[in-house]
Design a protein around this ligand. Structure first.
Ligand SMILES: [Fe+2]
Length: 570
């Protein structure tokens, strides 16, 4: 039985193809239309999915969707009445995306079946099963986790109206325990401060997390007044500090917030210590809230394991604290924690919860994208006039270039699903050289100085370099570890200002070629670690050989290792 899960008309539009409860392909539309976090209907992603599997749209048994539009209409109606008349501003504000209003978005979502019919020229519109957003998130983690039963915590900006959900997964069923509704939202708290600090909400939260490592505890008490806990496992934002609940994305923080913390930073303004301190205070309150929620869930469910996902769970620092400060026996974090993961979640929820089909599948890889054969790659290299050679041992040859201080684009196998490059669409450099971070930024990535780069480490060598929370591995780069004191000077390019690193542990069986690359690098340098960042330059991660070659030619890369081919710039 094929189920195609879809997300669209919000951020991270995409699709997931599931066959008999087993993932086949997960793709985001942004990789094809080249618009970061695109909301547009995932026509290209669906077509690529079907093509990869060798089926047509007629072979799909069920279509599922990551949102229930009518639930949002009801939730918003209640919300508008509660905050009337200021809430009337919401009717004019962008919704889910800068290009969409609330009404147009709901209409588009509701007509998802017709859109599939039009795009794929079907005789009639297929029935689409709409699944609640946070149930999609929860399903995307629990059903592919190794646990028969688990507590589930999902935290994001908002779904139809829910921003945080606690639930319990047992066998085929997921049961809600508690929901926290917008405007009380950790995701929107983070988005508000992201906007205040001069960045794009829902895009640049990474920057705020990076800034926080340079901050001091000047404003921690103030942020504790902004986010308060109830005794029933809930948190409440002090709405006096915000405007988003009445003005939407047009205005995030209130005059009181500005009075307390000073004027909003413009994107081009110089950084002041205050900005780092505000990011620090925000980060601390988000971590504290995450721990509070997880502990409550632990106490009321008594479940042995915890599954987590949702956009806020991309906050690896919070995840680290949750693991360190709760007593669950084991943890599973769905790495496709943004809304791209809800495509999978809606399909799995329908398959297991609604159709009551058995579970026997474990999530053990994130390589769910498209792959390209050597002859396809070579055609592109020739067409673009790139000088290249075929390598007999691509891992060994590439490792020599990395050790030599070169910036290398590494394009191999199936593309990763989710926001992280995990060694198949990656740029890698030598982490032992302190100057490589600045060099990489100046020549390719153009990132701000305070944003860290992550290490990929051979799984078996992880504990030599990093102290991981409860010795958890981090195969999907969704956990922070502390760099061991004696290793900070060994891998300076991937050690953040606060002594942490967002670790990617590489397993030999899961990604043998990338493991081989790191291993060859270790033979030359003695260091079983590579700096790993996504293969892109201010754009979605490259998907096709053409994207990769274009990026290589456009930027100041030194080397492109693509399939079995090696191109070296003179
Ligand atoms: Fe979400």
């Amino acid at each position: 039985m094929y189920i195609l899960g879809l997300s669209s008309y919000s951020h991270e539009a995409g699709c997931a193809l599931v066959k008999d409860g087993v993932i086949r392909v997960i793709l985001e539309e942004e990789r094809f239309n080249r618009e970061k976090h695109t909301w547009k209907f995932p026509r290209n992603a669906i077509a690529a999915c079907l093509d990869y599997e060798g089926i047509t749209i007629n072979d799909i048994d069920h279509f599922t969707f990551f949102w229930v539009p009518f639930r949002e209409v009801y939730g918003n109606l209640v919300h508008v009445l509660k905050y009337f008349p200021r809430s009337l501003n919401l009717l004019k504000a962008p919704s889910g995306s800068e290009d969409l209003s609330f009404f147009s978005r709901v209409k588009l979502m509701n007509n998802a079946g017709t859109r599939i019919q039009d795009e794929f020229q079907l005789a009639k519109a297929p029935k689409v099963h709409f699944v609640e957003h946070h149930l999609c998130h929860a399903a995307s983690a629990f059903y592919v986790s190794p646990f028969k039963e688990a507590a589930i915590l999902t935290i994001d900006g908002r779904g139809e109206s829910t921003s945080t959900m606690m639930s319990v997964g047992q066998g085929k069923k997921i049961t809600k325990v508690k929901e926290i509704k917008t405007p009380h939202s950790l995701g929107h708290l983070y988005a508000s401060v992201t906007d205040y600090l001069g960045f794009r909400p829902f895009f640049d939260e990474w920057k705020v997390m990076g800034l926080s490592a340079y901050g001091k505890d000047t404003y921690v008490k103030d942020f504790e007044d902004i986010t308060r806990f109830t005794e029933r496992g809930e948190y409440r934002l002090n709405l006096k500090y915000f405007k988003f609940h009445t003005h939407g994305q047009a205005a995030w923080v209130s005059d009181l917030f500005l009075k307390k913390f000073g004027p909003k930073r413009d994107y081009h303004d110089e950084y002041e210590q205050k900005h780092f301190d505000i990011a620090y205070a925000l980060q601390k309150i988000v971590e504290k809230t995450g721990v509070y929620l997880a502990r409550y869930l632990e106490s009321v469910t008594g479940m042995p394991n915890l599954c987590m996902t949702g956009g806020v769970v991309l906050n690896c620092l919070m995840n680290k604290r949750i693991i360190e400060e709760t007593d669950f026996k084991d943890y599973f974090i769905q790495p496709i924690a943004n809304d791209a993961g809800t495509t999978l979640g809606s399909a799995l929820y329908y398959y297991h919860h609604v159709l009551e089909q058995p579970r026997d599948y474990l999530f053990d890889t994130a390589y769910w994208g498209i792959t390209y054969a050597n002859d396809e790659i070579e055609k592109v290299l020739r067409a673009k006039g790139v000088t290249y050679r075929r390598s007999e041992n691509i891992a060994k040859d590439t490792a020599c270039h990395i050790a030599d201080g070169k910036i290398v684009g590494w394009f191999q196998g199936r593309m990763e699903a989710g926001p992280r490059a995990l060694g198949n669409r990656s740029i890698t450099v030598n982490p032992a050289r302190a100057d490589m971070k600045d060099r990489l930024n100046a020549r390719v990535k153009k990132r701000e100085f305070y944003r860290p780069f992550a290490p990929s480490v051979l799984e078996e060598k992880c504990s030599e370099y990093f102290i991981m929370p409860k010795e958890q591995l981090s195969p999907y780069m969704i956990l922070i570890g502390d760099v061991r004191e004696e290793k900070k000077s060994v891998i300076p390019a991937v050690t953040h200002a606060d002594g942490t690193a967002r670790v990617h542990t590489v397993n030999k069986d899961v990604n043998p070629l990338y493991w081989e690359l790191i291993s060859e690098f270790e033979k030359i340098t003695g260091v079983p670690v590579l700096l790993n960042t996504s293969f892109n330059e201010n754009e979605p991660i490259v998907c096709t050989p053409e994207h990769a070659v274009n990026c290589f030619l456009r930027t100041e890369f030194d080397v492109l290792a693509i399939g079995d081919f090696l191109a070296v710039k003179s």
